[in-house]
Design a protein around this ligand. Sequence first.
Ligand code: ZN
Length: 318
Amino acid sequence: MRVLAAVLREFNKPFSIEEFDIGEPGPGDVVVMVKASGICGRDLVIWRGGFRNLKPPLILGHEIFGEVNGRAVGVFGAITDGTCQYCRAGKENLCVNLQFFGEGRPGGYAEAVIAPASNVFELPDSDFVKYAAAVCPLATAIHASKLGGVGPGVRVLVTGAGGGVGIHTIQYLRYLGAYIISVTSPYKADFVAKYSDEVITDREFSRKVRDVDVVFEIVGAATINESLRALKREGVLVLIGNTEGEEVRLVRPALTIMREQRIIGSAAYTRREVLEAVQLLHKGVVKPVYRTYAFKDVNRAYEDLINNRVLGRAVLVF
Ligand SMILES: [Zn+2]
């Protein structure tokens, strides 16, 4: 079937809005009419050419919300085989055959998406934009919080706190009762302060804060060395993102050795965590923070994201 889509024809170049053949639904598939699609940090890394196994043309997007026969639905962003040792252990985010929408198969920057029916779940209400803005970041935060052992009173430093993942993460950390130290850019500071115990806008933030229990490293290469300086002995740095896709260099490995710090990766989220995120949004526990763009203005959305002009998530609406 041919649908209107934003097609990435060349890395680092504007998307082309065109009719594109996304294939035909097979047995067990459904066609989701897309109503809102979130733009993930992961998409920006792909757009820059950071995933070496991917080749254009690509239709990006794994944060897909819309309708199937008039029912409000969401799509789990990745397809898993359900049979590997990780899937069987309930850790399908580590599936050995994991395939994200927008990568191995056409994603949500299009009027319609073909998905296995088993990947589609019902939404409790039809506020698609809310879910497109915050389900992926919030599910990410839920997963990372478990890995980092975050609970009441735990001091957590969050880098990139004003970005799409960050602004929803700090709200979730507050819900857990953690003490939140946010690192963000000056123009986002006032807003971020609403959900933080402390806000730091200094690039050299380890001068202002020390001995945190946990770091949520959302930015990656640009901040990780400052984060490690601020992290206590036996502290945990949860590596959630590396937004520029750059090489990460440990400037002072001796510090991590001497303090016995742990650096652990956090790989997306499970289906259960997605459904947990949906409920928190539905109940209003976490408020979605976003800016919407008409689907055809996807290139403007990217320009704003790259220039750090979007508070929270950018969402494409159809
Ligand atoms: Zn995402």
